[in-house]
Structures are given as structure tokens and as C-alpha cells.
Write a new protein. Structure first.
Length: 248
């Protein structure tokens, strides 16, 4: 199975080198999307000619970085794209867990709430956990899904699934748009448990999203816009798998 691992980064000089060293052990091809970093991230990436790099001239947002990764992956000779963050929350050693699980799925998503791990930190920010649970519940109710973690960025996508997704949301809510599109297009979704790691519980989203009320409203707006843009979700039909099924 041909694998590409994509890592969106913004000012990640603290973690970049250690993350790349570990990812290299588990993925033969690595793409880093440098989303307008103003620290030493670009300088450090220049030391890794084995890593493909897409550079945004300015910070466009988490969703924009993932959209660039999706666009790149669609044009590559790969079978699976794995996406992961660079802040130490995702263990590169679990890339193989995602890849193994995708044998009968189109999207495999890590879940920090599916099960407990001995590595779990005790410092999960309460407002993030509460909003995650609320948005996950609302997505499940509206789309007929059975998600336990709507926001984990540690995912694996079949290339043929990427061809059926067209995310446009450039901010933190982009994964919610992906869930809506995946449901509408009948993609088969699986979750696998991953450790719940918050190395910096004080890390902020930035701007108005630092306010939990504003953040919740923004997430709901992303979901509403995605639902309005697409066809009705195929409730209860998520087990077909677009890559092997006939439904488009």
C-alpha cells in the first residue's frame, strides 16, 4: 500500500524535528504544509530534502493547509493519505494502526474518546472536551453517524475518497465540513482509538475562537453551511464504501 503522510504546520519549531524523525520511521513519503510560519519552521524544513514541502506565503488556516495536502495527494501515485498534527498530540507509531484499519473503510479517524490509554494526559481542557462532545453528538444526530470524536486530526483517507471530497473551509472547522461531505457521499467511516495527549493545555485557537461560545457558534455555522451546500446525507448507508461500491 502506497502511503503519504501529510503534516500541516504553523510555527512548530519546537516539535518539528522530533516529529519528522519519528514519522520517517513509519511513512516512506512525507509532505509538510508550512502554513505561513514566522518562526524557524521554514529553516528547519530546509534541512530535510527528503520531505516534500508546500509553503503558504502567509497563514491561511488549518483547513487551508489540509486542503493543500488533499490537492497534492490527489495528484500522487498513492493509495492512502494520512494526516496528523505536529504539536506532539499524535504518535507517529500509530500511523500503521490507521493504515491497517482502512482495509475495509474509506476514512479512518483517530478518536481520543473511544477508549483509554495509559499515555492519556489528565489535562484535557474542559471547554474543548465539552464542545467536542456537543458537536459530535449534533453531527451524529444530523448525519446518522456514530462518531465519538469529531475533531481528531489524525486520519487516513483512501485516495479515491479524496476524489469525492471537496472541502473549502479554511479554518479549524474544516473537519466538520469533511464529515458532512463524507456522509452525503456514502463513504465508509471507521474510528480507531488513539491516546488523548494535551502537552500544552493552554494552547489557544486565536482570535474570537478563544471564546468557547464563539467557537461553538462557528462550528455550528460550518456544519449548517456544509449541509446547505450538498445533497441530503445518506443516513444509515455508510457501510457501502465508495471506493469499492457503485454509489457516487
Amino acid at each position: 500500500m502506497k502511503l503519504l503522510t501529510a503534516i500541516p504546520v504553523y510555527n512548530e519549531e519546537r516539535h518539528l524535528e522530533s516529529v519528522l524523525a519519528e514519522v520517517t520511521r513509519h511513512s516512506p513519503k512525507i509532505l509538510v504544509v508550512n502554513d505561513g510560519s514566522t518562526d524557524r519552521t521554514g529553516e528547519l524544513l530546509a534541512r530535510h530534502p527528503e520531505v516534500e514541502v508546500i509553503t503558504h506565503s502567509r497563514n491561511l488556516g488549518y483547513g487551508a493547509a489540509l486542503i493543500s495536502a488533499f490537492d497534492h495527494a490527489r495528484n500522487q501515485d498513492i493509495d492512502v493519505l494520512v494526516t496528523m498534527d505536529c504539536d506532539g498530540q499524535h504518535e507517529p507509531g500509530r500511523i500503521s494502526v490507521l493504515v491497517e484499519a482502512i482495509h475495509d473503510a474509506d476514512i479512518v479517524s483517530g478518536s481520543r474518546y473511544l477508549r483509554d490509554f495509559r499515555q492519556d494526559t489528565l489535562a484535557t481542557p474542559p471547554d474543548r472536551q465539552k464542545i467536542n462532545a456537543q458537536i459530535t453528538r449534533e453531527l451524529n444526530d444530523q448525519l446518522g453517524l456514530r462518531l465519538t470524536d469529531a475533531f481528531c486530526g489524525f486520519k487516513a483517507y483512501r485516495r479515491c475518497a479524496l476524489l469525492k471530497l471537496n472541502p473549502t473551509e479554511t479554518g479549524w472547522g474544516m473537519p466538520l465540513q469533511v464529515w458532512v461531505q463524507a456522509a452525503q457521499r456514502g463513504l465508509k467511516i471507521k474510528e480507531v482509538g488513539v491516546p488523548r495527549l494535551y502537552l500544552d493545555p493552554n494552547r489557544a485557537f486565536g482570535g474570537v475562537l478563544n471564546n468557547p461560545t464563539e467557537r461553538l457558534a462557528y462550528y455550528r455555522g460550518v456544519i449548517a453551511a456544509a449541509l446547505a451546500d450538498g445533497t441530503p446525507a445518506q443516513r444509515g448507508e455508510l457501510l457501502s464504501g465508495c471506493c469499492r461500491g457503485t454509489r457516487s
